[in-house]
Design a binder for this molecule. Structure first.
Ligand code: HEM
Length: 332
């Protein structure tokens, strides 16, 4: 919030501020790490992650595995970035273990150590590094992209932004910061987050899956080894489940009593089955808290003289809106 306030109502790109916020929430939760803005270590870390995501999103070898024997420059670069992150996490694990107090775990990593020591989890330190890497890399870019889509959609729909601020003012007021405990009392924000996720659809095509045995899907026969892809983007724009799908309308998820009805199988933006996103609850909690705190303190608008956002999305596994500038006008 301090970083947004420091812009003093002048035009700025929200992406970096939002990303920095989530990197620190995830870092605190995983192993108590808070980065400083413009800290060299953070900038290097963020650049490595960004490049790794970019390279990992669309390599030819993913589609034609037989090309793996011809190691391309991109694959070599990707391996280098993966090694940098592995070295980073190995150091974090070594340092963190030295200050572990079993009777007072501080964070997720301490809990993993305790489970490892008591034999409840048969994991090596290398496994722990992979878990940290998985949670960290999946954890911040997804919620950053969704929140940046959210700010754009609220500026494009100022009536929704006003209603959200009215809900925050009524439930929380201005004397304290909104927290996850407020979620159950703020159905309009809860519903708006679903609608932001639907319209933004940051993961239009998740990972490829294969049929383990002969099976059926609806009226289709699916032989063993068939490659399967869920088309999230198509589901989110299906007019049978979402009438007038181009319209941004949070009330789709509210019943006649104003209670939130989650879209469940109508759109599976967190995936489905055994490999469903394990970070769903954390993601929804984080996005709720960040959005509620932002809207309690600021009203977002396009800068003077700008009439529209750039049209389109970034290319990659996780799709952001194209970079834009907005102003954050203080409310408190
Ligand atoms: C808006 C936020 C998020 C969205 C839309 C999202 C979406 C997804 C999707 C679609 C998958 C693939 C599921 C499948 O293949 O069936 C996935 C996997 C995963 N997500 Fe998320 N995710 C989000 C946030 C997070 C967060 C905050 C974390 C961790 C802190 C996280 C950790 C993971 C991990 C570790 C996997 C891999 C699971 C596996 O392969 O078994 N995600 N996510």
């Amino acid at each position: 919030m301090k970083d947004v306030a420091s812009e003093h109502g002048k035009p700025f790109e929200p992406h970096h501020v939002i990303e920095f916020c989530y990197v620190n929430i995830i870092g605190m939760w995983l192993y108590g790490k808070i980065f400083q803005q413009r800290d060299e270590q953070y900038l290097k870390w963020a650049a490595t992650f960004a490049r790794r995501l970019e390279l990992g999103s669309c390599l030819l070898v993913d589609w034609f595995p037989s090309l793996a024997c011809v190691t391309s420059a991109e694959v070599r670069e990707l391996k280098g970035h993966v090694q940098t992150m592995t070295d980073w996490h190995t150091k974090v694990v070594e340092e963190h273990r030295q200050t572990l107090n079993e009777s007072s775990p501080r964070d997720f990593l301490d809990h993993l150590f305790i489970q490892q020591q008591t034999g409840k989890l048969m994991v090596s330190d290398a496994d722990i590094c992979c878990v940290l890497d998985d949670l960290q890399s999946n954890g911040f870019d997804t919620v950053t992209a969704t929140t940046v889509w959210g700010i754009q959609l609220l500026v494009q729909n100022p009536d929704v932004q006003k209603k959200l601020q009215a809900e925050i003012d009524e439930v929380v007021g201005s004397g304290r910061a909104p927290t996850t405990k407020d979620r159950r009392n703020m159905p309009y924000l809860e519903a708006t987050l679903w609608e932001i996720q639907r319209v933004g659809t940051i993961v239009p095509m998740p990972g490829i899956r294969g049929a383990l045995s002969d099976t059926t899907l609806g009226s289709f026969d699916v032989p063993k080894d068939t490659i399967l892809l869920i088309n999230h983007a198509k589901m989110a724009m299906n007019p049978i489940n979402f009438p007038q799908p181009q319209k941004f309308d949070p009330t789709r998820y509210l019943d006649e009593n104003g209670v939130v009805v989650a879209p469940d199988k109508k759109m599976m933006l967190f995936g489905n089955g055994f490999r469903k996103c394990p970070g769903m609850q954390l993601a929804r909690d984080m996005m709720f808290t960040v959005m509620a705190n932002l809207l309690q303190r600021f009203t977002f608008q396009l800068p003077e003289g700008v009439t529209a956002f750039p049209v389109g999305k970034t290319v990659g596994l996780i799709q952001h809106p194209l970079p834009y500038k907005i102003t954050a006008i203080p409310r408190l």
